[in-house]
Design a protein around this ligand. Sequence first.
Ligand code: ZN
Length: 203
Amino acid sequence: MKIICIGRNYAKHIEELQNEKPSHPVVFLKPDSSIPPKNHPFIIPAFSEEIHYEVEVLVKICKVGKHIQQQFAHTYYQEIGLGIDFTARDLQTKLRQKGLPWEISKGFDGSAFIGKFLKKENLGDLSSLPFSLYKNQEIVQQGNTAKMLWGIDELVSYVSQFFTLKTGDILFTGTPAGVGKVAAGDLLTGTLNGVENFQLKVR
Ligand code: ZN
């Protein structure tokens, strides 16, 4: 399986990182080795001094598709989840400044934390789905899919022009504003549609 991630999909997050607003979705991949083992804490890697959390809504692909039209995109997923796209921001900034690919800052082991998946029919309107991240009980990110520059169906359609989507692939749909650094001992709690979705310890 593959993990397809979208960058810069919320205007306020683009502002906070002083990035340019893209004319098309920014797409990158994480390898399957970036998924941590179940029930493991997030372990801060030795190569970074600045690991950021990015809470994101996830889409699990349920059938094979290529060149999917937006109007049929919703038939390619049945479950929606929540996760964290951990990012070695210091490494990413350095690589970006040089115009180099930033895979290692985004795809390292453990960087794709995946919480619970829920049946989409139990989540109501997916185009106005609230989600949030708490760090040590304090709210740090508050998002709503209504604020996406490209919605879920547009993203599924867009990425399928380049990558054949396969059953089990996971799409990370981008993070809202409020990204920040994690430290050993932090507890990250994610909520989707007002319901706790995951708790993750940082070590
Ligand atoms: Zn992200």
